[in-house]
Design a protein around this ligand. Sequence first.
Ligand code: PLP
Length: 391
Amino acid sequence: MKDRTRVNHPPRVELPPDNRPLVAPIYQNVKFEFETVEENERYLRGERPGFYYSRSTNPTVRQLELTLAELQGREDCLALGSGVASISVVLLTLLAAGDHVLCFAETYGPTVHAIRRIMARFGVTHTMLSIEDEAGIESALAARPTKLVVFESPTNPVLKIADIARITAAARAHGALTVMDNTFAGFHNHGQYPVDVFLHSLTKYASGHGDVMGGAIIADRAILSKLKGDANVIGAALDPHAAFLIQRGLRTYFVRYENQCRAAQRIAEHLERHAGVASVSYPGLASHPRHALARAQMKDFGTIVSIELPGDAAATARFTNALTLFASVASLGSTESLVIPARLQSQHNLNAEERAWAGMRPGTVRLSVGLEDVDDLIADLERGLVAAAEG
Ligand SMILES: *Cc1c(COP(=O)(O)O)cnc(C)c1O
């Protein structure tokens, strides 16, 4: 073999069968070969296991998918290139012209955009309600055939709690599938409810370190197998290296999430007592209107705290600018703490009434609590509140 050939056919290194790496290797690989054309054909007919092309599946991505399915308590998972990709793939693969979707004002902005702007162009209609309007949900489902009910809990950014048992029961009674974006609550929450499809942004708690993007669709096999063929053609695949980093992040998922919840509870309690804060929304506070429901539904109350500052929007800017430990960016669920005035989050797809349901006011600020020392975080917030009051 000449050198020119050798560099394109490097020697193979095979591990002995009784010798394995503790961390699975990254299959940074697009193509997988079968020994014969006949075996390749059997694979394409679904008659044998294997891998063929990384847009449809890859061993590193598959390991992540199997981990996430188990964490969320469902049979299978499809991991994709971002959280938004998982939302778009669910909408594009499960909906057709003439279908109706039930969705909510307290929903992640890009999800509303996808339903209201993109799916509407393909003849999909929707009804927008408030997530706390259970009677409205039941009557909307009774009034017309509905394909999907798309919701979140706790909601973004003011942490309302959806009544999951009631919503899933109403949807089942009327033959609608429920799609729950479970990013805020995490993989260890809500699996006990008959939610048909869970969505997650892996960019948040799964990776945990704010350095990689990914998304996941988690459901039972019947739904996922229907969706995988179309998803392969949409092409929002997760890169194997990103999958590896997310799998690595998951090793500390519980340690991070539990510590961040404890710190969030302390911060919420501290801010609730603070004269410089008009109100605090955190499902772990007894003052949260649905604290009892959150306690019944969730194992913990999450790492996001929403506060309302007195005064105008300028107060939220003074508060945010004065913080040194909380980085002022979008996103959440990182090891470092983050802050964002709610008005920076997209609301342009909501009308005035829906904005009121969403609960965002000029003084609303969202905190994502990280892994720093909680006393340092509270001292930082004190600095912010002094600055906010100086207007
Ligand atoms: C961030 C987020 C998404 C989108 O995830 P990306 O990975 O940024 O595409 C979807 N839903 C919720 C609730 C989120 O917070």
